[in-house]
Design a protein around this ligand. Structure first.
Ligand code: ATP
Ligand code: MG
Length: 402
């Protein structure tokens, strides 16, 4: 294999000094996390780029496959290297440009020479290598202004490095560089997408899910775990808080008029989420709400629901069309899981005709006859916490015993 390392170009980088270091350190940690299975991984982080050493083809293939999912990377390139000898440099250039030999494309050679003792200067190397490539591949022609492919050669002190391919990264910012938020994760299509978009903005997530056994099954719980698991592949572990919600749902049904239950249910969910958020030190709550999609997502509903807290509620999908959301869900791999037909705690208790324009004063009036606080406390206290991805320690232990 000719490739020696992968060069990573940083994404949207704030130019401010300390933030820049934070961004780079985060990205390095996240890369380590994403390629945990490839350890040890030699990563060298410089101010404007990062290098990952590759020792073999298997490592290379895995890196090429998963790097496009890591946020904070603008683009990356496999880098080859050879000794500082003109014949070897030519041979490597021919090998690399072989990738493009069947296409009618233009190229240019760009040389950077840090080792000033190398006998040829940049221009001379450029000319020689350009000529060599042209002689070997008839389909290729030179275009110095706007080439399809740029063959970059660096003559450094230790060796010569060469690259041509530039692969698009995921962009965004490294997960964790913009603080932590709590994602309200249902089993639906929208909330995993909302979580993904916030992660892309550098937000680390914990997730909260409300379930109502025995009305909701183990399958629907597993579905939510699977969804949270899908999100972990974008560069961070996720803690999932599972809230037993049956007791409160039953109480709500008994306490407020039927057409108000949906609004009150959402308000209680948000109150619980806000308590968990505070406990875990997250700054905001993320939901998959999208304006006008269902009764609970009109501006009036959002107002009545939102009134229980002053915590920022981030709704990255508020202006998105369903079809666009589905497209993202398919691309990030959550769609197949989301459409599994398991019941949700909300669908089961959903009234036939929920109010689409609930008035906050009315909702508060109906809620005022019931003491919800102790139920909320209990739900928070009795939550189950899972860390994803789940380590299969138990199974491995068994495997050893068998
Ligand atoms: P989704 O596809 O995310 O389920 P939806 O369009 O079905 O969204 P709703 O079911 O009204 O809309 O939910 C709106 C938002 O409320 C969800 O995106 C999610 O953030 C939150 N939510 C709903 N149900 C739950 C639940 N059981 N646990 C946690 N959060 C929930
Ligand atoms: Mg839903």
């Amino acid at each position: 294999m000719i490739w020696k390392e992968i060069l990573i170009r940083y994404g949207e980088l704030s130019t401010k000094g300390r933030n820049k270091n934070d961004f780079i350190n985060r990205l390095r940690d996240n890369v380590r996390y994403s390629f945990n299975d490839l350890m040890p991984l030699k990563i060298r982080a410089e101010r404007d780029r990062m290098f990952i050493e590759i020792e073999n083809e298997e490592k290379m293939n895995i890196l090429m496959e998963r790097l496009p999912e890591v946020f904070g990377i603008q683009s990356f390139s496999p880098v080859a290297s050879c000794e500082k000898d003109m014949e070897k440099i030519k041979a490597l250039a021919i090998q690399i440009m072989e990738l493009y030999q069947d296409q009618n494309i233009t190229f240019k050679v760009e040389v950077r020479r840090t080792d000033k003792s190398f006998p040829l200067d940049s221009h001379a190397i450029q000319r020689e290598i350009g000529g060599t490539v042209l002689r070997n591949y008839q389909n290729l022609s030179v275009n110095v202004k706007k080439p399809d492919v740029e063959l970059r050669i660096e003559v450094r002190l230790d060796a010569v490095y060469m690259m041509a391919q530039v692969i698009q990264g995921a962009g965004g910012m490294p997960v964790g560089s913009n603080g932590k938020s709590l994602l309200m994760l249902s089993g639906g299509i929208d909330s995993p997408v909302a979580g993904y978009l916030m992660m892309k903005r550098g937000v680390r997530l914990e997730a909260i899910h409300f379930y109502s056994p025995p009305y909701t099954s183990q399958n629907s719980l597993q579905k939510v775990k699977d969804l949270a698991n899908e999100l972990t592949k974008f560069g961070a572990k996720i803690r999932l808080h599972i809230i037993p919600f049956t007791e409160l749902q039953v109480l709500i049904k008994e306490s407020v008029p039927e057409n108000m239950t949906m609004t009150t249910t959402r308000r209680m969910m948000l109150r619980i989420a806000d308590k968990v958020r505070e406990e875990i030190g997250a700054m905001a709550i993320v939901t998959g709400e999208s304006l006008g999609q269902v009764a609970s997502q009109t501006l009036e509903s959002l107002t009545a629901i939102n009134a229980v807290t002053s915590t920022p509620i981030l709704r990255p999908l508020i202006a998105s069309d369903k079809l666009d959301i589905i497209e993202i869900a398919e691309r990030i791999g959550t769609y197949e899981t989301s459409i599994q037909p398991y019941e949700d705690c909300c669908t089961i208790f959903t009234p036939a005709s929920p109010k689409t324009k609930p008035k906050l004063e009315k909702v508060m009036h109906y809620e005022s006859f019931t003491e919800f606080d102790e139920y909320i406390e209990r739900a928070v206290k009795n939550r189950e916490v899972h860390i994803l991805p789940e380590k299969k320690v138990q199974e491995d232990k068994f495997a050893d015993l068998l």
